[in-house]
Design a protein around this ligand. Structure first.
Ligand code: GDP
Ligand code: MG
Length: 235
């Protein structure tokens, strides 16, 4: 991880922000986040494999703000990026946000809950959640979660999206995770349940800052491959 200025001492909260080809949104998203946050926190931009100016923008932001740190790896890999960010996180609470979707209310409600649980998941599929993504994406989320419950006995309602971990709990689970793709989040949460950690779900309102960059059909083969690697990883 690279910080262009010296990082603030011992942040209480670390926000890991995986970023891939986000030159259009990254600066606006991070500046927006910094404007809303106060207290002792750090934002870890975990970039890898971008073919646009994302890495350069991330480095510029780390230069400008002492609470922003960044890392770049050569190949695109969502799982590697999040893992890298989490390994370097220094906070007592560690959150995963997306460049195109983060939610301050989730942090405000979620962080205090870590007094009594280990992981807080922002669920798109609880009764009080508001999922404003296109209908086909909502449908995919439900189908995917049903599949997880049938194949892996998943007891929750969502694995993708915003999460906050107690750092100690994360340190226990992270080394066990093996997947590298977008399925990494799912593996992380399934392993938390499997390890008997206390997982709480909170409803979130999902409003992405841009439409998904992947087509429905384009995603089917990669999701199928991801599920196979998850099955192998967990058995
Ligand atoms: N570092 C890194 N970040 C990624 C990769 N793929 C996606 N991301 C980031 O993960 C978050 C969610 O990705 P997005 O493209 O919005 O996926 P979607 O919301 O599922 O359609 C965003 O912050 C992306 O920049 C990757 O291969 N490497
Ligand atoms: Mg998105």
């Amino acid at each position: 991880m690279q910080s262009e200025t010296s990082p603030d001492p011992e942040p209480l909260l670390s926000i890991v922000l995986p970023a891939y080809n986000e030159e259009d949104l990254l600066e606006e998203s991070v500046e927006g986040l910094l404007d809303c946050l106060d207290g002792r926190f750090e934002v870890l931009i975990a970039e890898n494999g971008s073919t646009d100016r994302t890495g350069e923008i991330a480095r510029r932001m780390a230069e400008k703000h002492s609470m922003v740190v960044t890392s770049s790896l050569r190949r695109p890999s969502y799982g590697e990026a999040v893992r890298q960010g989490m390994r370097h996180a220094r906070g007592q609470a560690v959150a995963i946000f997306n460049v195109d979707f983060w939610d301050l209310q989730f942090l405000r409600s979620g962080v205090p809950l870590l007094e009594e649980c280990d992981v807080v998941v922002g669920s798109k599929a609880l009764d009080r959640s508001l999922d404003r993504r296109p209908r086909h994406r909502r449908w995919i989320t439900r189908a995917f979660n049903s599949l997880l419950s049938i194949v892996f006995g998943f007891r929750g309602t969502d694995t993708h999206g915003l999460k906050i971990f107690r750092a100690e709990a994360l340190r226990q689970i992270l080394p066990r995770c093996k997947t590298r793709g977008e399925i990494f989040d799912t593996e992380l949460i399934l392993r938390c349940y499997k390890a008997g950690l206390r997982v709480r779900e909170l409803p979130v309102e999902v409003r992405e800052m841009r439409p998904s960059r992947y087509s429905l059909l384009g995603r089917v083969p990669s999701t199928a491959r991801d599920l196979v690697s998850l099955f192998i990883a967990l058995h």
